[in-house]
Design a protein around this ligand. Structure first.
Ligand code: PXP
Length: 246
């Protein structure tokens, strides 16, 4: 009998910081959020240090590096400034994401196939420092192949289009793309993660995709925490994932 599958949950605490930044107060503190998420069963803490510092700020990363005990995953743009910050703080994983100042959240995956030459030195610098490099990409064969080629260890498949699909047929088509992308990535030796837009209703199908080892979830958990508390919201998502792959 094969052992039960375990899919890790990375809890993204950016939106605890969004609430803080909305008023320029010192609370709620995402560092506190990370501690609660960790004690509720998060397997990883994920934060996105954006160029405009709209939610997570440098201090949050610095303090979390010293306090978070599960792996810390830093999402960031592939820029010299961000690589310098990553090398100074040494998160366990860096996930390179595309970033445009005017977007509401990360829209679309990183164009690794089109930006190989620009990304390669950043990936190498991070790897040389012992940081695991993940690339946030669309589930597209060319992007998966390019990610493997430039030395990423992990790909995080962008689930946004699947989560936003308005009809059952569109949803099935997007899920099939994620399925094929996960298989292609695994065949090239990449660890497969997924994320963006996942909530209690849509997480099961993604958790059940072959080879998916990790899900990074933020907005829906923090939104749920407003009503039931963060500890309960993390536990609820952990249970939903565990039941989906049981
Ligand atoms: N994974 C990546 C790479 C992201 O950029 C984000 C959003 O910051 C997430 C996961 C989490 O997405 P959501 O907040 O929609 O759950």
């Amino acid at each position: 009998m094969s052992p039960p599958r375990y899919v890790r949950l990375g809890v993204n605490v950016d939106h605890v910081a969004t609430l803080r930044q909305a008023r320029g107060t010192r609370y709620p503190d995402p560092v506190h959020g990370a501690a609660i998420a960790e004690s509720a069963g998060a397997d990883q803490i994920t934060i996105h240090l954006r160029e405009d510092r709209r939610h997570i700020i440098d201090r949050d990363l610095e303090v979390m590096r010293r306090t978070v005990q599960v792996p810390l995953n830093l999402e960031m743009a592939a820029t010299d400034e961000m690589v310098r910050i990553a090398l100074a703080n040494r998160p366990d994983t860096v996930t390179l994401v595309p970033e445009r100042r005017e977007e509401r959240t990360t829209e679309g995956g990183l164009d690794v196939a089109g930006q190989r030459a620009a990304l390669l030195p950043h990936v190498q610098a991070l790897r040389d420092a012992g940081i695991v490099v993940s690339l946030f990409i669309d589930a597209d064969e060319a992007q998966v192949a390019a990610a493997a080629q430039i030395g990423a260890a992990v790909v995080e498949l962008h689930t946004g289009d699947y989560c936003e699909a308005g009809t059952p047929s569109l949803r099935a088509r997007e899920l099939q793309k994620l399925h094929d992308g996960a298989i292609a990535a695994h065949e090239l030796g990449l660890v497969v993660a997924a994320g963006h837009g996942l909530d209690l209703r849509n997480v099961g199908d993604v958790a059940r995709l072959p080879h998916v080892e990790e899900l990074n979830i933020g907005h829906s958990i923090i939104a749920r925490a407003v009503f039931i508390g963060l500890d309960a919201a993390v536990r609820e998502m952990r249970t939903a994932i565990a039941e989906a792959v049981r």
